[in-house]
Structures are given as structure tokens and as C-alpha cells.
Write a protein that binds this ligand. Structure first.
Ligand SMILES: C[S@@+](CC[C@H](N)C(=O)[O-])C[C@H]1O[C@@H](n2cnc3c(N)ncnc32)[C@H](O)[C@@H]1O
Length: 222
């Protein structure tokens, strides 16, 4: 089991879906910090069940919002996408440049997704924002290659860890260590858990040539 509690239990396709309030807070901050403007063409390349797509639609009000995923999840039916493409994002080549790409990608393939996404955004003004574990910053090979080639313009540290996976588990009495039973039914009282044992941040890349050639660290409260 890894420090993230994900080891042997890794969800198929890295299906750790972002809580909507977290996705919404990220979009609001990108807007209030003038990193992303309202309108334009936006892409959620690993759209999953649509948390980021919903937040993008509500907060950033794109003219066109495209979602891509290896699978079409039934929950997407209620998400206001203009287009859904069932595809491997790493092979997805849209005909037009995209103004903003925002997602929580599969962490195991985050670098490949970032490299591909950087080719799809407008080379003069495009923005890419990925919600990732903060340890994406480290790594010998990544430092020598990816970070040297593509330093982010911002890293926003999330003030608290999102709970990506809602799982029900029996409540344990802290004093006795025993499972707490419901007074009504006599069955174990179930509580929701799922916080990840690692810190998260939003990594932002901007293509604007006037953007300073340095990385700014900020904190995002949500
Ligand atoms: C970590 S989940 C996040 C989903 C969504 N972005 C969110 O924030 O809730 C990753 C998603 O990426 C999708 N996925 C994994 N590999 C992919 C690929 N190569 N191309 C497109 N989607 C992929 C999975 O199906 C899953 O929905």
C-alpha cells in the first residue's frame, strides 16, 4: 500500500473524481487571478463524471466546452458539454487550438497528458491547468527534462486535501477501538471517508510570451 492508500486498490483508469466544490474553487480562482478569461474554447481531456466540466461551464462560461475520456460515464448525461469525444486523450487531435485545458488527469500518465495538452492550446494565449499531487514537482528525470522544458507559471497549493473517493466504512470508537453500532438498527454505523494521504496543487502553464519566466507559488483556499 502506498502512502496515498491507493497502492493495490488503484481504481481502474485512475478513476479518482474531483469533488465539485474543489473543481469550482479552482475555476473561480483561475478567473479571479485573470489566468483564464470567460468564453472561448475549453477542453476537459479526462472528463470522467464531469466535475471539472460542470465547474468550467458554470464559472468560465466557455463558448464551446469539449470533454474527452476513454469512457462515457452515465453521469455525463447531466453535464453541459457541447461535445464529448470517446477517445484516448493522448491520441486526440482537435482541428482548432483550445483556449484553456483544465482537468485532474490520471496521475500515472500526468506528464504525458501535460505534454500532449501543451501542443493543443493556443501557442500565444493558451492556458493549461492540472490538479495534481504536489509530488509531481519532484523526480530526477522530470526535473532534467519536463520541468526544464516546461516550467509552470503558477503552482497553487490546496489548503486542504480533496476527498477523491467517497467510501463508506464502519465508525470506530476512538477510545475503545470498537465498531460503533447504531442505536436504532443495531447495525454498524457507517461514515464516509476517503481523504488522500498526500497534498495537492494546481499546476498552471501559460503560453502568453509576456508572462514572466519564473514560477509563482500561491495558496488556494477552498
Ligand atoms: C483522476 S480521474 C478524473 C476525472 C475528472 N477529470 C475529474 O476531475 O473528476 C481520471 C479520468 O481520466 C480518464 N482517463 C484515463 N486515461 C485516459 C486517457 N488516456 N485518455 C482520456 N481519458 C483517460 C479516466 O477514465 C478517468 O475518468
Amino acid at each position: 500500500m502506498s502512502a496515498t492508500n491507493r497502492g493495490a486498490e488503484r481504481e481502474e483508469l485512475d478513476g479518482y473524481y474531483t469533488p465539485l466544490p474543489c473543481a469550482r474553487a479552482i475555476c473561480e480562482r483561475l478567473l479571479s487571478d485573470r489566468i483564464v478569461s470567460k468564453g472561448g474554447v475549453m477542453l476537459e481531456p479526462c472528463v470522467g463524471k464531469g466535475a471539472f466540466a460542470t465547474a468550467i461551464s458554470r464559472v468560465l462560461k466557455p463558448e464551446k466546452l469539449v470533454g474527452v475520456d476513454l469512457r462515457r460515464y452515465p453521469e455525463l448525461a447531466s453535464v453541459p458539454l457541447h461535445e464529448f469525444v470517446e477517445s484516448d486523450f493522448l491520441r486526440y487531435e482537435p482541428e482548432e487550438y483550445v483556449d484553456a485545458i483544465i482537468t485532474n488527469p490520471p496521475f500515472s500518465e500526468a506528464e504525458a497528458h501535460a505534454r500532449h495538452a501543451l501542443k493543443l492550446i493556443d501557442p500565444e494565449s493558451g492556458v493549461l491547468a492540472f490538479l495534481l499531487r504536489l509530488n509531481f514537482l519532484e523526480g530526477k528525470d522530470r526535473t532534467e527534462h519536463f520541468w526544464a522544458e516546461h516550467p509552470p507559471s503558477y503552482v497553487y497549493v490546496l489548503n486542504r486535501r480533496p476527498s477523491f473517493k467517497k467510501t463508506k466504512r464502519p465508525k470506530i470508537d476512538k477510545k475503545t477501538g470498537q465498531i460503533v453500532l447504531s442505536k436504532k438498527t443495531g447495525k454498524p454505523l457507517m461514515v464516509t471517508s476517503g481523504n488522500d494521504a498526500t497534498a495537492y496543487g494546481v499546476f498552471v502553464w501559460e503560453m502568453d510570451p509576456d508572462v514572466a519566466d519564473r514560477t509563482t507559488l500561491r495558496w488556494l483556499v477552498w
